[in-house]
Design a protein around this ligand. Sequence first.
Ligand SMILES: Nc1ncnc2c1ncn2[C@@H]1O[C@H](COP(=O)(O)OP(=O)(O)OP(=O)(O)O)[C@@H](O)[C@H]1O
Ligand SMILES: [Mg+2]
Length: 266
Amino acid sequence: MARPLIEIKGVRHAYQTHSGRLPVLDGLMLAVPEGGFSAVVGPSGCGKSTLTRLIAGLLKPDEGEVWLHGELVGGPKSIVGMAFQNPVMLEWRTVLQNVMLPLEIVPTRMSKREQEDRARHLLALVGLEGFEDKRPSELSGGMRQRASLCRAIVHQPEVLILDEPFAALDAFTREDLWQTMHAVKEKEPFTGVLITHDLREAIFLANEVVVLSGRPARTQYVMDVHLKGPRDIEHLYTPQTADALSILRHQIRIAQGRAPAKEADR
Ligand SMILES: Nc1ncnc2c1ncn2[C@@H]1O[C@H](COP(=O)(O)OP(=O)(O)OP(=O)(O)O)[C@@H](O)[C@H]1O
Ligand SMILES: [Mg+2]
């Protein structure tokens, strides 16, 4: 079998804090094949954002290994694109210029013209045609998040990491963005990890849901998601999805220490 594009092997990590050592990750395992999209859920503070920093090479694990595309990660990687809950946009630049920012940092063979065409193409793909010359403050939260998604993929990263990108949005805007994510993935294939607190979002967007235990986090449970055909919000209201959500909710309760682990073996 081909090697996973993202591979986390037995990663342990602790932060040094004023009050001592805080173990955050404890032997975490994760494997995402090329083109795969894994959602990672777990209790607040269990170490999910720490995991994203390790994948991006912004943090080195104390133990264990992070591999991206067959290479051991030892520092920041330009093949990784990232988007977060509260996108930071530069107010003195237009939306288009904000989207093009990574192309000024990551080496690219594209000419200036091609860079701009690509940024415009992505903005149109997420429904922001006509907003290219606006300033970030002129956009709604959902629009800013769409622009941030474009910025995360403008340099054609092989790996996309999304850390709760839709958490601050209202439910309808969030569902719109889920649909946009599917459209983007179809046109601009990537291998991704999505951190989320929303189990429906995990099921709707990912092909695998990984539940992390409470801190220090390890991989507690992995669920394959089998939604057939083009994904439709209606899929979230089928009996199969209700069953999957119930299993995941139970796993989260175990991770929070609110249900005994042995119940998981039922
Ligand atoms: N730079 C840091 N130095 C010290 N402690 C940190 C640092 N970053 C995070 N922590 C601590 O590590 C733990 C895990 O943090 P992390 O941000 O990875 O959690 P999380 O799962 O993303 O949480 P949330 O769901 O609330 O976003 C938390 O207890 C946090 O306080
Ligand atoms: Mg976090």
